[in-house]
Write a protein that binds this ligand. Sequence first.
Ligand code: 6PG
Length: 223
Amino acid sequence: MSALPPRVVPPESLAREAAEWMGRALQTSLAMKRRASLALSGGSTPAPAYRELSRLTLPWERVDLYFVDERFVPPDHPDSNYHLVEEALVGPLRLSPSQVFRMEGEREDREAAAEDYEARLPDVLDVVLLGMGEDGHTASLFPGHPALEEQSRRVLSVVGPKPPPWRMTLTMPTLLSANAVLMLVAGAGKRQTVQRALGRDAALPAARVTNAQWMMDTAAAGR
Ligand SMILES: O=C(O)[C@H](O)[C@@H](O)[C@H](O)[C@H](O)COP(=O)(O)O
């Protein structure tokens, strides 16, 4: 759990607050260098935040998009995280394909796909958006999975318990080296896991992202 106090906001404000947080973090990076990197997650919580993000006035031509994880499905598949980000952010902002570094979920050789993505990643990601599952997973790093303990690889191909099971994911060292990380959590179903994460239960992958700012709605916080 981060040393930063978690931010708790009403459900109707969560997407806008998350977008504004990411916007400010991008501006901070862009004040110091020419281009900034933003790595995005899949799942149901982020989509409204991506739509809010697409409405922010930012020098988008200086932002490169990366992915936190991806499912091994084609990019136009409904389960594809790229597909989600395409619909909610890339399309509305008309980002150039040269700014969008997607994980190639259509590849048959999953190991090679992960190695190739590792080669394309910047040394340090500027802004990372994470979600947490009810089991405490984040990115596609699941509780008890050996990938959670990875120390040298920056991207791994994994088989996880959440469908679809074949996934590519950034590893914990990659997440921990990022400049700004937002852990976005919504819904009463995650309340107990949030409490465990706040108690720094290291069995939960999300609790190990010690550089994350947590942001949750009142339902997830149990208020
Ligand atoms: O499955 C993915 O692609 C994710 O990146 C994953 O880590 C997600 O962020 C959490 O499972 C929370 O997902 P929900 O917001 O749907 O609960």
